[in-house]
Design a protein around this ligand. Sequence first.
Ligand code: SF4
Ligand code: SF4
Length: 334
Amino acid sequence: MKLYIKEYFENLFNIIRFDRINLIATWSCDYRCKTCQAWKRNDHMMSREQAEQIINFPGFKKITQFDLEGGEATRWLLFDWFLIKLLNTHPKLKVGIPCNGLNTDHILKLFQNIKDNADYKRIQISISLNGIGKTHDKIRGVKGGFDKTMNTLVGLKEMNYNPSINFLPIAENFDELELIKNMPYPLTLVVPSGSGKFESEEDWADYNFPEYLNAVRDHHKTLKGGWKWALQYFVDHIEKRKIMSCYGARSFIAIYPKGDIRTCIFREDKDALIGQVYDNRIDIYKDKIKQLTKEIKCGKCMYPNGHLVCGGQWIPQSIRRNIIELIRWKIGLS
Ligand code: SF4
Ligand code: SF4
């Protein structure tokens, strides 16, 4: 509770304290998903020197959660070296890794090396599934992808990792949601976002969004603990198109492959640049963060695209910290 109160006041007074980093070390990817533009970008990969700066930067000492994503993060040539060093340097840090699971042998080898050299239990791997069998392959643009991805899931479980599944609905896979729900892995139902990285809004237009939101609500009811309140708040506000808290820029940040530090993974525009990782130092633009914090609080970046609302994973995380707002909503005052 002490932590929640501290974070509430930090939010109120716009205090900058980086707590969570989302690192995209490369946009390179071996899938060709319809719902994502990442694989069409350049294959630039973050350098070892920049990665060292991130691990050792004093301004990132208070980070509690580190997400390493892409593109496909396991294609980054420094993937296992980086994670071993990160986990061993920050003994309390938790790490999240979304993974497409396509290159089974390569992925299992990397995670075996990490298991042998670091506290691997602090890693949460989430594997994206877009449906069963051919449905998955069609959406992901690679034949045989489903079987390989399933082999990776099984292999990770056998290695004692606890992989989960991420599901993003579109018209073609909507009917397979029940099958995905019955798989023996923890499940996250992604709420589509209208922002940056996922630009194919038209792919989502054909399914029943309110019906999907109800399925997400039902799924959240099966989860345990106070965390599900934040998720329920999130879904309700998306449906009603109400502005929500986002700690993007002042607490949660994203770092792109060339080292630009941004408000979140969605915002590529020049305006969202809040710092830079170089080979020999990191610069943070505090005035820019203050300006963007005000804009984010007003919801300026939350509704960029017609009917869709920003569904970034940082928003439920932010709400969970904004405990007063969460209680007000729970008792019907907001
Ligand atoms: S959604 Fe993931 S797996 Fe698909 S192309 Fe984008 S980064 Fe690759
Ligand atoms: S509301 Fe969305 S687009 Fe805006 S900073 Fe937060 S995650 Fe990024």
